[in-house]
Design a protein around this ligand. Structure first.
Ligand code: G6P
Length: 369
């Protein structure tokens, strides 16, 4: 087992560092000249995608967070209405299915009981077709879905999902571009630009991994904290949710994610110097609003840990620990900003001495309800 970890102390750290490579692999053979190759989703995909007017995404855990990010992409870039729900809720409630809806499941294992049950229910609910985004080719989810797009992350051993998540995001971006292309709802130039940026993504992820040393130094600061708040806006809100989940899972520190604009509707009451507020703040059209949210935290003595690029205009200083990130096109920022949050939870867990790869009470794949 130790040999499989190579030079790394834990599988999780190894898997975090594999991300440039597995993202590259997930893109391979799926990008053409300035466009996504729709056939990657199967021979009947083009005909089917042309009919899609709605998307229903269902998943659990980290895979659910990937779906939450995809909703921003599908609506903004491809102009398709999208709902996202955890499988354990979806499977037990009466759902009103929109006409011409594609049912999309996301799963690392392809064996999660609730996700599979939701897919089985969906079969009789009038969906156009089902698509599985899955990391295991020989899995129940793939077998039982009409279309499949495999993430090619390779085996993921650490219970806390890392490389499966970023490859799911890549797959969901490919889905967004394919739907936008076929339905004519995404401009040709915009698709070309995003395809070029996707080609550069593995290298950008490599640059993001260079923040490792800076994050390791932050770990000690978190070790005696009992509560943390994660903030983001737009598609960075689910990135914050995923960051909070990672910290909970492996360091056992209570972590809650909030859309930054909701701060004043509750969590601000909790802010004090004992509760670090972690923020993902890439420069984009929401960053000024986010900065005023951060001011509200500072005004109450809160301590900020901010991940931002140089253009965001956030400075290191009293009460603000800034970790500098490379700049990236806004659409792909959720993928890039996931990396420092993975590293943060990893180093905090190592500092606390918890079992990083096998956190207490959790399973890699939840195959029973
Ligand atoms: C468990 C794992 C998580 C995973 C979730 C969904 O909770 O610990 O890492 O995100 O199941 O699993 P799936 O295989 O369906 O993505």
């Amino acid at each position: 087992e130790a040999a499989d970890k190579g030079e790394y102390r834990h599988f999780m750290l190894k898997e975090i560092h594999e991300q440039p490579k597995v993202v590259q692999r997930t893109l391979e053979g799926r990008l053409g000249d300035g466009q996504v190759m729709v056939e990657a989703f199967g021979p009947q995909a083009a005909e089917l995608f042309a009919k899609v007017k709605n998307i229903q995404i269902v998943a659990c855990g980290t895979s659910f967070h990937a779906g939450m990010i995809a909703r921003y992409w599908l609506e903004e870039l491809a102009g398709i209405p999208c709902q996202v729900e955890v499988a354990s809720e979806f499977r037990y409630r009466k759902v009103m299915v929109q006409p011409d809806s594609l049912f999309v499941t996301i799963s690392q294992s392809g064996e999660t009981a609730d996700t599979l049950a939701a897919l089985r229910n969906a079969r009789n609910m009038g969906y156009l077709a089902s698509l599985a985004i899955c990391n295991v080719a020989i899995s129940s989810l793939v077998r039982e879905s009409d279309l499949t797009l495999l993430t090619l992350a390779g085996p993921e051993i650490g219970v806390a999902s890392t490389k499966a998540f970023t490859t799911q995001l890549v797959a969901l971006m490919l889905l967004t571009l394919a739907l936008g292309q076929v339905r004519g709802s995404l401009a040709v130039d915009k698709e070309r630009q995003l395809v070029e940026e996707l080609r550069r993504l593995p290298a950008r992820l490599g640059e993001a991994l260079a923040v490792n040393a800076a994050i390791e130094q932050l770990a000690e600061y978190f070790a005696d904290k009992n509560n943390t708040l994660f903030l983001g806006r737009g598609a960075q809100y689910p990135v914050a949710m995923e960051g909070a989940l990672k910290l909970k899972e492996i360091s056992y520190i209570h972590a809650e994610a909030y859309p930054a604009g909701e701060l004043k509707h509750g969590p601000l009451a909790l802010v004090d110097s004992d509760m670090p507020v972690v923020t993902v703040a890439p420069s984009n059209e929401l960053v000024e609003k986010l900065k005023s949210n951060l001011q509200e935290v500072r005004a109450r003595g809160g301590e900020l840990i901010v991940f931002a690029d140089g253009r965001a205009g956030i400075e290191n200083g009293e009460g603000t620990r800034l970790v500098n990130m490379p700049h990236i096109i806004d659409a792909l920022a959720p993928i890039l900003y996931t990396i420092p949050l993975q590293l943060l939870s990893y180093h905090v867990a190592v500092f606390k001495g918890t079992d990083v790869d096998q956190p207490r009470n959790l399973a890699k794949s939840v195959t029973v309800e």
